[in-house]
Design a protein around this ligand. Structure first.
Ligand code: GAP
Length: 450
């Protein structure tokens, strides 16, 4: 293994271990041996996730006049996914090793393998055994609705949030009478029976997406595509993903999803390679047209400039929540030296940091310090919400702990606070710089910084 590869594997291990140790993300059902491709979010992970999804909702929905938010059902009627093409098209080519029974996706096998063409392929990269014939593997998770388990009761857990948006297109038009262009957005879970879930949150089986379907006249799709391209880039910056590690890939004909006429992948330099972070697709009128044909319900739109009703075309920015978290964590992870000692910290932007401020009494066995620290904590908690009280261990340990979870500011109440100056020490996470701030000016001071 090369040194570079070792360091990158090491970085992923450090992130996974920090996430578990500090209460961000846990493997699901670990006491029963875990389940590949499923993760649970602990208190800090939920806070980080909510900060990211709230920023997305603000930028993509509430700050705009032309986007309507919805929250549609996860369990999806099979007719919807038959019409959208997922029931026959949402599949990967897979090959199984005859010896170790490991399954591989075409795009995860070395170049020399010939799975894409469906021909018999090479040897298993795990054990050297013979790889079996490539076959299609359908990725949708099935369920049954009602008592009977037959073809009629079959339903799917949605593989993308988008279809719940398309099936509500007519509802939004009828309720709100929007003019084109307008969008419908949602954040929610989607499910994919990935052959090889891997790389922590990168490829999971239960994922969360933030998607907009933006409806335009066909002639207007190019400027709308460009507008959303810029919005995605600005979101990447807003949540603190290192923009230097992001690049755009124009997806070639033949590699695009079945519904897309143009796709850009926003790729991120993950430690395990440059891989898709988000997608932006021009889905044409493919989905609405197919739903109109299959349901028999018109999906046409009547515009004041055009005489004939028509089916709008669609631009879709699609962002994964888990991949956002992973890219934010990787961008924030920093190792340096402070006061001659190595330290690890998460350099989160304050807007995504799960805890904004931690408040400490210098010593936990001095009631007057604890009482004052609790008073300061109470005031800050009311104002900022994500504030933590910490009196475990000594002050150095508390700083290390808060650095590791990315808390931008620590506030310490000491003897001078209660005996002399009614001021506290505020310590900055990144520089370690400490400043004395009057309690009565503390809110203003922190509010400015945060
Ligand atoms: N509606 C379009 C759509 O679903 P996609 O490229 O299949 O397109 C969109 O997925 C985004 O969802 C990806 O760019 C990624 O951020 C996220 N995503 C897709 N599959 C994922 C998986 N198995 N695990 C984690 N995130 C995933």
């Amino acid at each position: 293994m090369t040194k570079d590869k070792e360091q990158k594997d090491d970085l992923m291990e450090k992130i996974v271990s920090l996430c578990k140790r500090r209460g961000f993300i846990y493997p699901s059902f670990e006491i029963y041996g875990g389940l590949a491709g499923f993760y649970d979010y602990g208190p800090l992970g939920v806070a980080l996730k909510k900060n990211i999804t709230n920023l997305w909702w603000k930028q993509f929905v509430t700050d705009r006049e032309d986007v309507y938010g919805i929250d549609s059902a996860l369990v999806t009627k099979k007719e919807v996914l038959q019409a959208s093409g997922h029931a026959r098209g949402f599949a990967d080519m897979l090959s199984e090793c005859e010896k170790c029974k490991h399954r591989f996706r075409a795009d995860q096998l070395p170049e020399r393998s010939d799975l894409k063409s469906g021909k018999r392929s090479d040897l298993c990269p795990e054990c050297g055994g013979k790889l079996g014939e490539a076959r299609q593997f359908y990725m949708m998770l099935e369920t049954h609705i009602g008592a009977a388990e037959d073809e009629a009761s079959l339903a799917y857990l949605r593989p993308e949030t988008a279809q719940g948006i398309f099936t509500n297109f007519k509802n939004i038009v009828d309720s709100f009478h929007p003019k084109l262009p307008f969008g419908i957005a949602q954040i929610g879970k989607a499910f994919r029976n990935e052959i090889a879930p891997r790389d922590f949150l990168f490829r999971v089986r239960e994922l969360e997406q933030m998607e907009v379907e933006y409806f335009v006249k066909e002639a207007d799709w190019k400027p709308a595509f460009e507008m959303w391209r810029k919005e995605v880039l600005s979101f990447i910056e807003a949540i603190g993903i290192d923009a230097k590690k992001v690049s755009e890939l124009e997806v070639a004909d033949g590699d695009r999803a079945h519904y897309s006429r143009r796709t850009i992948d926003f790729e991120f330099e993950f430690p395990f390679g440059r891989k898709e972070l988000y997608g932006l697709a021009y889905r044409t009128d493919y989905d609405l047209r197919n739903h109109e044909n299959a349901s028999g319900v018109s999906q046409k739109f009547l515009d004041e400039d055009i005489d004939e009703p028509f089916i709008p075309h669609v631009i879709e920015p699609s962002l994964g929540v888990g991949r956002s978290l992973l890219a934010v964590l990787l961008s924030a992870y920093t190792e340096d030296e402070m006061n001659g000692e190595p330290r690890t910290y998460l350099k989160f932007k304050p807007s995504v940091a799960p805890v904004k401020i931690a408040v400490f009494p210098l010593l936990k066995n001095k009631p007057e310090l604890v009482a004052k620290a609790r008073e300061v904590y109470g005031v800050l908690k009311k104002e900022f919400g994500a504030v933590m009280f910490d009196d475990n261990g000594n002050i150095g340990k508390r700083y290390r702990r808060q650095d590791e979870i990315g808390t931008p500011f620590c506030v310490t109440v000491d003897f001078d606070t209660v005996e002399k100056d009614q001021a506290v020490t505020v310590r900055d996470r990144d520089s370690g710089k400490q400043e004395r701030v009057m309690i009565k000016k503390l809110f203003e001071f922190l509010n400015d910084k945060l």
